[in-house]
Design a protein around this ligand. Structure first.
Ligand code: ATP
Ligand code: MG
Length: 468
């Protein structure tokens, strides 16, 4: 693959090495053959006021110090698509230590991929040094700056290069566009501008080798196709289904982050469709996929879809979302079925069975995507509340309403019923109960078989002691 990119690069910049031509033939469709293209402001029409002031400041500081500095990646892609960028990244030929020296509030981060974070209040601008492909590192440095394992996966990526090298080691052509704050032009080394206009997501270089270098790029393909409503170019899509299992080698913490980007950025339902279509949901949620493939009588696909649509709707309304709720919904049926199995086979009462099921299901899930404890604890609480929500007599309903997890638990109950689980109108009861005044609530509770008063009059355990 590196040869392919190297060759593509030589093709672009007119190098002389034509001896490996047979290597390109097999990849004719995927090799980027465009030459460097400069897109002037009149054409790209990115309004200067949409460029992040702090990112521009960082780029200017770099150029003032004699380095190159460009705004690059998703921010330029999104501005060209008239979308609001999530964040702004800067690329430079200054090495991380050199870049860090230029800023008072700079921090060097990362080992596998060294970066500089420059802080401006709450905003962080990420400054990355131009990377090159690993076959370009000098022999004597082999393994020091860049490292790949036998499967081709990149373990360390600190081989530095030129802007052209940097463009070609990025993932998709539309992510390899550079904005120069000095001439206000967009520099395109991989034909990304044309792909962007056509709505095509195309991997730079040989897709199979690029996925092997970093399997997370497959998830990124699904995510960008969903987010940008782009078509994944056939050669870029072709290897994904076969290589999907490679995601099992990625650190669960990284997969958790990617899952949140897929499901909590406002395009969750499209992302789920892309993931399912490309067999990429399985490596993220293996036990959920197994249940989806079975004939278990639970509306699992429906609840996932409803949870994701719900998340998209909330984000569109600028409401908060939490991974705890999302994971609680996605994993609810695996947990519920496990609980029922434990009750049936091990004769466990419901609550201990649910606790044990939660341990097992969460324990299994964290082998794929991590779930930090600040989320796994609320997941358990939301599930436990599902057992308590049907019991509304006495003052139980009022007490449940005051629980910190009530709202999320009620939302899961709603989703369960909306998705087709038969709960006898329980979520409607809770909707009415929340909307009712004090008197109406009393009546609703009484019709459940007991008021707060009756319960207080029956202190079963106290009575015998006071008589003795
Ligand atoms: P967004 O921020 O909207 O999620 P993005 O394209 O900016 O999308 P980032 O994760 O912020 O994505 O990465 C910034 C840029 O770094 C990308 O546009 C791409 O050029 C490059 N990049 C990120 N991850 C990879 C990767 N795994 N392989 C190759 N290039 C990558
Ligand atoms: Mg970004």
């Amino acid at each position: 693959m590196f040869k392919t990119i190297g060759l593509a690069f030589r093709k672009i910049f007119g190098g002389h090495n034509q001896t490996d031509s047979e290597n390109i033939d097999s990849n004719e469709d995927t090799v980027i053959t465009a030459s460097k293209r400069i897109i002037h402001e009149e054409e790209h029409q990115i309004p200067r006021r949409y460029l992040d002031d702090n990112a521009i400041k960082v780029a200017y500081r770099l150029t003032d110090a004699g380095y190159e500095g460009y705004l690059v990646g998703g921010c330029i892609r999104d501005l060209l698509l008239k979308k609001k960028p999530k964040d702004f990244d800067v690329a430079t030929n200054a090495h991380p230590e050199e870049a860090a020296d230029l800023f008072r509030r700079a921090r060097l981060i990362g080992r596998r991929f060294k970066l500089v974070h420059v802080r401006f209040g709450r905003e962080i601008i990420e400054v990355a040094t131009f990377r090159a492909s690993h076959d370009s590192q000098p022999e004597n440095e082999s393994g020091e700056q860049g490292k790949q394992c036998d499967s081709g996966m990149i373990l360390r990526d600190n081989v530095y290069g030129t802007i052209e090298d940097d463009a070609l080691r990025r993932d998709f052509t539309v992510n390899a566009l550079y904005y120069c704050p000095n001439d206000h032009c967009v520099y395109d080394f991989a034909n990304g501008y044309e792909d962007l206009k056509k709505g095509t997501l195309r991997m730079i270089g040989d897709p199979e080798a690029r996925y092997k270098e970093d399997p997370v790029r497959m998830l990124r393909a699904a995510r960008f196709a969903a987010k940008l409503d782009f078509t994944i170019e056939p050669a870029t899509e072709a290897p994904i289904r076969d290589l999907a299992p490679m995601l099992k080698r990625i650190a669960p913490a990284r997969l958790f982050d990617e899952t949140l980007k897929l499901f909590q950025s406002g395009h969750a339902i499209n992302s789920f469709e892309q993931l399912s279509r490309l067999d990429l949901f399985e490596p993220l949620f293996p036990q959920v996929q197994k249940l989806l493939d079975s004939d278990a009588p639970v509306p699992l696909e429906k609840i996932i879809q409803n949870a994701l649509k719900n998340t998209d709707r909330r984000l569109a309304q600028r409401k908060s979302v939490t991974p705890a709720f999302l994971f609680a919904a996605i994993l609810w049926y695996p947990a519920q079925l496990r609980m029922q199995q434990l009750m049936r086979e091990n004769k466990m009462p419901p609550l201990p069975a649910l606790h044990e099921a939660a341990n097992q299901i969460i324990g299994e899930q964290v082998k794929s995507t991590a779930i930090p404890r600040r989320f796994s604890t609320p997941i358990r609480e939301i599930w436990e509340m599902q057992l308590r929500l049907p019991r509304r007599n006495g003052n139980k309903a009022m007490r449940l309403l005051e629980q910190p997890r009530f709202r999320a638990s009620y939302d899961l109950l709603l989703l369960r019923e909306q998705s087709g689980e038969e709960l006898g109108g329980l979520s409607q009861w809770w909707t009415d109960f929340q909307n009712a005044d004090h008197k109406a609530r009393e009546q609703m509770v009484q019709s459940q078989g007991g008021s707060q008063k009756r319960r207080r009059n029956k202190p079963k355990k106290v009575k015998p002691t006071s008589e003795s």
